[in-house]
Write a protein that binds this ligand. Structure first.
Ligand SMILES: Cc1cc2nc3c(=O)[nH]c(=O)nc-3n(C[C@H](O)[C@H](O)[C@H](O)COP(=O)(O)OP(=O)(O)OC[C@H]3O[C@@H](n4cnc5c(N)ncnc54)[C@H](O)[C@@H]3O)c2cc1C
Length: 349
């Protein structure tokens, strides 16, 4: 699986502190790259064209679920492998991330899909109605069975990214918001390594990258309490409700082959109806925000680390950016530090 490669003009004996690295894009991919490279001792500068509020990138709209076993229903084994490693890295570097597991439920009419989900995934505990109620009292008496993936976690993207950016600054990383930077500018700057994590902003270099629309709604109610993401079987979307602070819930997410970044009436109706069927009190919830993010994806929906000279492109995180970004960053560090190549994820061009 692992091969060795020497990055051009990077002497493996160079000490990390003498190697300057520009990371482009401070979404979840670039943030984790900067964090693990800085922790490994490299001189990192992180460039982000958006302001520190980071409302433009895909990461702003994400659910932040760290759910490798649930995702294994549809995702390739490589996503599960990266996701499992990333869970450990989230635990290590963001100890206050929530690891309360995930709960999967279904209405009686969707029992066949529920059975299929159970067959295709692993590492869960089967719950009966009492078990569902004991785990999530707000759902007591509402669902006959559930699947509990106890080792999964979730983060709040709009909180965790600023938290990690502050950590980077404390580690001595220069974080430059409001500063667009193209790979060729850094590459011209002699001796620098470039880690290009511009998401869909990298389409100039990656013409085969596309955006897959995901719509979400942020709601608020104090009549329902959940302690973990709850996924509801749905004929069209992997629907979920994720608890946030202050009685808020993220309701998501559609997955549509479109680069229109507006929420359609149909999607809004489907998302909100689904929440209402999980608990009627959601019918009285206040809508705080809604929007759509475009997930950066290659044709095979798999992530890719492409190496071209001293430019390393990390992209195509699709619907798994929060799940896998730490593991991708660890692979990049292994490449820069030791020339290691992971054949499943890396391409030399
Ligand atoms: C509705 C929805 C729900 C999702 N839920 C989950 C989930 O629960 N779990 C999960 O793991 N994933 C989830 N995802 C997927 C996840 O959001 C993406 O995989 C991830 O955000 C991609 O991160 P990124 O850093 O590659 O891209 P981005 O977040 O888009 O970051 C790229 C950054 O690069 C910046 N940039 C662009 N050009 C330049 C330039 N020239 N110079 C400097 N900066 C530049 C952009 O401003 C942007 O901030 C979800 C996505 C959506 C849309």
């Amino acid at each position: 699986m692992l091969q060795k490669l020497s990055l051009p003009r990077l002497n493996p004996s160079d000490s990390a502190s003498t190697v300057a690295i520009d990371v482009l894009g401070a979404g979840v991919a670039g943030t984790w790259q900067a964090l693990l490279l800085a922790r490994a001792g490299y001189k990192v500068t992180l460039y982000e064209r958006d302001s520190a509020a980071m409302t433009e990138g895909t990461s702003h709209w994400a659910g932040g679920m760290l759910a490798p076993w649930c995702e294994s229903e549809t995702a390739e084994p490589v996503i599960v492998r990266l996701g499992l490693r990333a869970l450990a890295l989230w635990r290590e570097h963001v100890p206050d991330a929530a690891f309360n597991g995930s709960l999967v439920i279904a209405h009686a009419r969707d029992r066949a899909d529920f059975g299929r989900f159970a067959r295709l995934t692993s590492h869960y505990e089967r719950l009966d109605a009492d078990g569902v109620g004991a785990l999530e009292p707000s759902l007591a008496g509402r669902f006959a069975e559930g699947l509990f993936y106890k080792d999964e976690g979730h983060v709040e993207p709009r909180r965790v990214l600023p938290q990690l950016h502050a950590r980077l600054a404390a580690l001595g990383v220069e974080v430059r918001f409001g500063t667009a930077r193209e790979p060729q500018h850094s590459a011209q700057d002699d001796g620098r390594i470039v880690i290009d994590c511009r998401g869909l902003g990298a389409r100039d270099a990656l013409p085969d990258l596309r955006g897959v629309k995901g719509e979400m709604i942020l709601i608020e109610t104090d009549e329902v309490e959940l302690s973990r993401p709850v996924r509801l079987m749905h004929p069209r979307w992997p629907l979920y409700l994720i608890p946030r602070e202050d009685h808020r819930f993220m309701l998501g997410a559609t997955s549509i082959e479109s680069e229109d970044d507006r929420v359609s009436l149909r999607s809004a109706l489907e998302l909100m109806s689904a929440a209402y069927t999980v608990h009627p009190a959601f019918g009285e919830a206040r809508i705080l925000d809604f929007g759509a993010g475009l997930r950066p994806a290659f044709a095979d929906n798999l992530p890719r680390i492409a190496i071209q000279g001293r430019t390393i492109t990390v992209n195509g995180l699709y619907r798994h950016g929060f799940l896998i970004a730490p593991a991708l960053a660890e692979l990049t560090v292994a490449l820069v530090a030791r020339g290691e190549i992971d054949n499943e994820v890396m391409r030399c061009t």
